[in-house]
Design a protein around this ligand. Structure first.
Ligand code: 13P
Length: 251
């Protein structure tokens, strides 16, 4: 089954208005319909980013949402608010939220259900720590996170899974291609077993963790890698563009 490639940038807590110039450079440089480009800026930039990207082949996503539709939750942002600001996607269950805010797979699933019912595409993140990998627990950890974090409502259109080994995030370390291949194949098999071949083979799988212009091509050559979720190297168009180009070349 052919799946549309996705190059997604997660700006995390980086960027003020001046960073929007990077989006203009990206928009000017890419027009391959086989590769979807997504930037997830901080919430404060969502509206302006979405305005700038309107009618351009660049989508704008958020980095988190609250599981409830509305209510007394000071400082939180609902999925409907994100959509209203122009977001089409939302990253959920990122390891930085799991670690820094004690977020569980159960909470990630609740957020994903709300995001999906609001019309957003949920990008659900999974990944093992270095200790878990060294103890040969990677596939067990991934299986647990996957089965709990992904809601029954998931389809190929409304859900993307990102495999992000925690030890590879922001460290410059990456798993070997064989290790990425093993985990992505495992996730694919599990999705097919749970959702059937149509949905299970349709959900896109991204790799994330120290993706750079120099390693993107070999990562994208892996069978079940449908794109990347990129942190640091998505902040500057000069770094993200060659990653997108590597994905375009693999499409
Ligand atoms: P880096 O690309 O900076 O390692 O971050 C990956 C990530 O966490 C994307 O969500």
């Amino acid at each position: 089954m052919s799946r549309r490639k996705l190059a997604a940038g997660n700006w995390k807590m980086n960027g003020t208005g001046a960073a929007l110039a990077e989006l203009e450079t990206l928009i000017a440089g890419h027009a391959d319909p086989d590769v979807e480009i997504l930037i997830c800026p901080p919430a404060t930039l969502l509206y302006r980013a979405a305005q700038l990207a309107a009618n351009a082949p660049l989508q704008i996503g958020a980095q988190d949402c609250h599981p409830e539709d509305a209510g007394a939750h000071t400082g939180d942002i609902s999925a409907a608010m994100l959509a209203d600001a122009g977001a089409t996607h939302v990253i959920l269950g990122h390891s930085e939220r799991r670690e820094n805010h004690d977020e569980s797979s159960e909470l990630t699933r609740a957020k994903a259900k709300t995001a999906i019912s609001t019309g957003l595409t949920a990008i659900i993140c999974l990944g093992e720590s270095l200790t878990q990998r060294e103890a040969a627990n990677t596939l067990d950890i991934i299986a647990g996170q996957l089965s709990i974090s992904v809601p029954d409502a998931s389809t190929a259109e409304n859900t993307v899974i990102a495999y992000e080994p925690i030890w590879a995030i922001g460290t410059g370390l990456t798993p070997s291609v064989a290790q990425i291949d093993e985990v992505h194949d495992f996730i694919r098999t599990r999705l097919v077993a749970r959702f059937g071949p149509q949905i299970g083979n349709g959900i896109r799988l991204l790799y994330g963790g120290s993706v750079k212009p120099g390693n993107a091509a070999e990562i994208f050559a892996t069978d079940n890698v449908d794109g990347a979720l990129v942190g640091g190297a998505s902040l500057k168009a000069a770094d993200f563009s060659p990653i997108i180009a590597a994905l375009e070349a693999s499409a």
